[in-house]
Design a protein around this ligand. Structure first.
Ligand code: FES
Ligand code: FES
Length: 191
């Protein structure tokens, strides 16, 4: 083994992202899931805000649980179910965030879609305090968080409409990927 190989051990791994399998060769064992998603798979979402677990921008789900992708080693996510904000499970919340104008610059929108989806899976009709608490871990640089409550209300209404239109109650619902354990505050916990 060369000296550089000992200093920079790398492994090949397979990531399952939004239902697709991606073999990723030569991943340094110190690389975060966020780094691999963005730099090796060229995904624009999740966002990279701080890379140290403080801003909440990089929220994804790992086996159905919210996780800060910058705090999860990529090797720890191998062969597990990774869902980025671009996954169809978050579409309702994504549309609600857009309709409410809750993220004008768009930077915090991906994390919001994940967080709102999981809030509504956990609590069907959250009040303003519960919403603020649930989304408090996401840093909005544009100070537009005043519109987040409206975004949650729109997502809740849209989800209700979908439920009314869905005659097959046993079918999959957005976010049905496993145990929901909100909040963003938990995002850094090892899954
Ligand atoms: S990028 Fe800021 S918490 Fe992960
Ligand atoms: S709207 Fe710009 S970071 Fe939230």
């Amino acid at each position: 083994m060369t000296e550089s190989a000992m200093e920079w051990p790398a492994v090949g791994l397979t990531l399952r992202v939004d239902g697709h399998e991606y073999p990723v060769p030569q991943v340094w064992i110190g690389d975060s899931l966020l780094a691999v998603l963005r730099e090796r798979l060229d995904l624009d979402e999740p966002r990279d805000g701080c890379a140290v677990g403080e801003c909440g921008s990089c929220l994804v789900t790992l086996d159905g649980r919210p996780a800060a992708a910058c705090l999860v080693p990529a090797v720890a996510a191998a062969d597990r179910d990774v869902r980025t904000p671009q996954d169809a499970a978050f579409e309702t919340a994504r549309e609600a965030v857009a309709a409410a104008g809750a993220s004008p610059c768009g930077f915090c929108a991906p994390a919001l879609t994940v967080a709102i989806t999981h809030l509504l899976r956990r609590t069907a009709d959250p009040g303003p305090a519960a919403i603020r608490e649930a989304l408090a871990g996401i840093l909005c640089r544009c100070a537009e968080s005043g519109r987040w409550i409206e975004a949650v209300a729109r997502a809740r209404g849209a989800a209700g409409d979908d439920a009314d239109a869905d005659t097959d109650a046993s079918g999959p619902r957005p976010g049905d990927s496993g145990e929901i354990a909100m909040l963003v505050f938990e995002a850094g916990e090892p899954a």
